[in-house]
Ligand binder design. Structure first.
Ligand SMILES: Nc1ncnc2c1ncn2[C@@H]1O[C@H](COP(=O)(O)OP(=O)(O)OP(=O)(O)O)[C@@H](O)[C@H]1O
Length: 711
């Protein structure tokens, strides 16, 4: 009975209009309880054929029947537990140990741990597997191949497909594996399809298929093949076939001639007498059989068990990689520390020049006996003396380190050279002019008004520093004047601007830029960390063949997706908790609202970032492409979300557009929780959750569509 039948198999890559035909009306038969050696030059379509047999790819024409059913039918077990597949690449998780790898495959095939243990013991001995605790990445190429072989065998499949299984193995082990396959197929219904570059190995197969340009040119027992081509070995037959590739007629003659030569049954080894003789004639459609009850049991094992196995693999993969831990737990700490230490703090250690025309020696200003104001009660007069010293004292070194100059020209020179951020100039008559201004009021001379002014020259190239200096120097002047008028028995109102800023409605009067942008920074950080991590994990899995191999073990794309989502959700929740605790404890960041709401919003943000990463990985072929997309998306999202500059300054149309971006409304929501203490029931808080949830759903649906299309 046939385990695999391919009838007029036709497959092409590329477009329908310009197809690259890889399988061309190919016919193939693999009997149960036999080994089928598939031989052919590199690129002739062997892997494509195998992938169509296991249901990884679909034929564009013709039919495939595997174990009596069409691959990919729901509940068929193909791909899945009825088939064991060892791909050409290793396709194992490098961070797992040998034992974990075997258990991982055993569990996704639905075996009990007891059964896996039993099989592992057997395979370990047979295949001389490396020590159970050795990591896959520490195994040699040959050891990895043997382990990969063990994983394909762990669940006693009915059909075993091995793509170059013996590459890199020593001759003794190759022989042992072949002996095992011969023995097993002889005593069971196991069918094996094997491709190999060691052509002579195929002597031990019950049937050999010689493939060329997508067509099976010969399919017969090794002995018959040698007779057909008149050679002493399969290798010679294969060589002959390859040499005549260009000469279709000659080749066809050989094949036609060989068909007429019936081989006496006595020549054939007893086990291969019933090998099916293929023809390229039309055949009736292949009838599909129901899988045996025993197999059905195998097919319907729980999704829960698979998701658990997949999640365990994901955690092991992440936590065993130093870069994974650094990325997940240390990066947020490093990035937040950078942000809190570098952004929004008061500028320090700048130098500010001072020139006062009324002071000969600046040390006079620090003489404790210096009195800058003298008030006489009897005639209610106030005398000023070296008031610039008083301002200099008021200034202190907190705002900037004071540097004194003997001339204005010297102060200007230094500011020009950008050694100082600017300088303050007091006129020679500063104190007397200020006195005149206070005494004479609107009758004061223009000269007195001018000389009573504090003249400040600032380098405006660094806007933040300049604004900071302007604000601080003005504040200090207000304090200075307040002291002076009080000394002179006058009301402070006399020198104050008639503008009063009362206690703020929300926030504090001296709210810093850091507090304003912290919610946006934290959100964008967790979002993009999740994006990069997910994209990297998924692309690596796909490139290493782990993704395909897991799908071929019967795990659905949905199960893979859910396992990843659940793993990441746990990681993201931990990361959000870590972030909030770190900024709360180490940087003393206050939160007037509910911390759980913030953790919830942050976790949702990270989850959304993860789906964005998944979305990128589904549509990008390489890490480089994924990095380009992630980096390309990063700057527009950050710049447009109002994190660096108020949204109100954008053109009206842009304001409307950016409102739907993932960070704009959510970071306002986070700020509303932190600064205003609003709860999730407030529209301006739950809006952020809605926007983030909306993006999460959009990315999820796009990923699902992409993954299903690829699966
Ligand atoms: N995804 C794809 N898109 C386009 N062409 C492809 C794709 N996969 C394979 N091919 C092409 O199809 C042809 C058959 O490839 P396939 O991998 O099936 O050959 P093979 O016989 O297994 O080769 P090898 O022995 O080197 O593994 C090759 O020319 C290959 O370049």
């Amino acid at each position: 009975m046939a385990a695999v039948e391919v009838h007029n198999g036709y497959k092409y890559y590329g477009s329908k209009k310009n197809p690259k035909i890889v399988l061309n009306q190919l016919n193939m038969n693999v009997m149960r309880g036999s080994i089928y050696g598939l031989l052919g030059a590199s690129g002739c379509g062997k892997t494509t054929l195998l992938s169509c047999i296991v249901g990884q790819r679909r034929l564009n024409g013709g039919e495939v029947s595997v174990l009596g059913i069409k691959p990919g039918e729901p509940g068929s077990g193909v791909p899945g537990s009825r088939v064991g597949f060892m791909p050409q690449e290793i396709a194992l998780v490098e961070e797992m140990t040998v034992k974990e790898t075997v258990f991982y495959f055993g569990r996704i095939y639905g075996l009990t741990d007891e059964k896996i243990r039993e099989k592992f013991k057997l395979l370990k001995e047979l295949l001389q597997l490396p020590p159970a605790r050795q990591m896959v990445k520490q195994c040699s190429g040959g050891q990895q191949r043997r382990l990969s072989f063990a994983c394909a065998m762990i669940h006693d499949p009915e059909l075993l497909i091995l793509d170059e299984p013996t590459v890199g193995l020593d001759p003794m082990l190759r022989e042992k594996i072949w002996d095992f396959l011969v023995e097993t197929t002889r005593n069971s219904k196991l069918a094996v399809i094997i491709t190999t570059h060691y052509i002579e190995e195929a002597n031990q197969a019950n049937c050999i298929g010689l493939m060329r340009n997508g067509v099976l040119l010969a399919e017969d027992t090794p002995t018959n093949i040698m007779i057909k081509f008149g050679t002493q070995s399969i290798e010679d037959a294969f060589l002959l076939l390859s040499q005549r590739q260009g000469n279709e007629d000659e080749l066809q003659q050989i094949l036609d001639h060989s068909k007429t030569q019936a081989l006496p049954a006595a020549i054939l080894p007893p086990e291969v007498i019933d090998v099916h003789e293929p023809t390229n004639d039309e055949k009736p459609p292949i009838p599909y059989e129901e899988p045996a009850t025993e197999n059905r049991k195998k097919v319907f094992f729980t999704t829960k068990g698979r998701i658990k196995a997949l999640m365990t693999k994901n955690f092991v993969q992440l936590f065993r990689q130093p870069s994974g831990i650094i990325f997940m737990l240390l990066f947020p700490i490093i990035q937040l520390s950078c942000f809190y230490l570098a952004i929004g703090k008061t500028p320090k250690n700048m130098e500010l020049g001072i020139y006062s025309g009324e002071i000969g020696n600046y040390s006079e200003c620090f003489d404790p006996s210096l009195r800058t104001t003298e008030y006489y009660f009897d005639n209610d007069t106030c005398i000023f003396n070296k008031l610039s010293c008083r301002y200099i004292q008021e200034l202190g070194d907190d705002i900037a380190i004071r540097k004194y100059y003997a001339s204005e020209a010297a102060a200007f020179e230094e500011a020009k050279r950008a050694t100082t951020v600017g300088y303050i100039y007091f006129s020679q008559n500063f104190s007397s002019s200020l006195h005149a201004l206070m005494d004479d009021g609107r009758y004061a001379s223009d000269g007195a008004v001018e000389n009573a002014e504090l003249t400040i020259h600032i380098d405006m190239t660094d806007q933040q520093v300049a604004y900071f200096m302007q604000r601080k120097l003005r504040d200090k002047f207000a304090d200075f004047m307040d002291g002076v008028v009080k000394d002179c028995n006058l009301s402070s109102a006399f020198v104050k601007l008639p503008v009063q800023f009362q206690d703020p409605i929300y926030g504090s009067a001296d709210i810093e830029f850091q507090q304003y942008c912290a919610p946006g920074v934290v959100m964008t950080m967790v979002f993009f960390l999740a994006t990069l991590m997910t994209a990297a994990v998924f692309i690596s899995e796909r490139m290493d063949g782990i993704w395909d191999r897991t799908l071929l073990a019967g795990v659905s794309a949905n199960e893979m997706l859910w396992a990843h989502l659940l793993t990441q959700l746990i990681i993201m929740a931990l990361q959000s908790l870590e972030v909030i605790m770190y900024i709360g404890i180490v940087f003393d960041t206050y939160n007037k609202g509910d911390t759980t709401t913030l953790i919830g919003l942050l976790t949702l943000t990270a989850f959304c970032g993860m789906l964005f990463g998944l979305f990128i990985s589904v549509f990008c072929k390489s890490h480089t492409e994924a990095n380009f997309v992630a980096t390309g998306a990063f700057y527009p999202m950050i710049i447009l979300c109002g994190l660096l500059w108020p949204l109100e300054s954008m053109p009206r149309f842009l304001q409307d557009v950016v409102m739907v971006l993932p960070f704009t409304i959510p970071s306002i929501s986070a700020r509303n929780v932190i600064e205003k203490g609003w709860s999730i029931t407030n529209e301006k808080v739950y809006n952020g959750f809605l926007v983030m949830a909306g993006w999460t759903i959009i990315f999820f649906v796009l990923c699902l569509i992409g993954i299903r299309r690829k699966a």
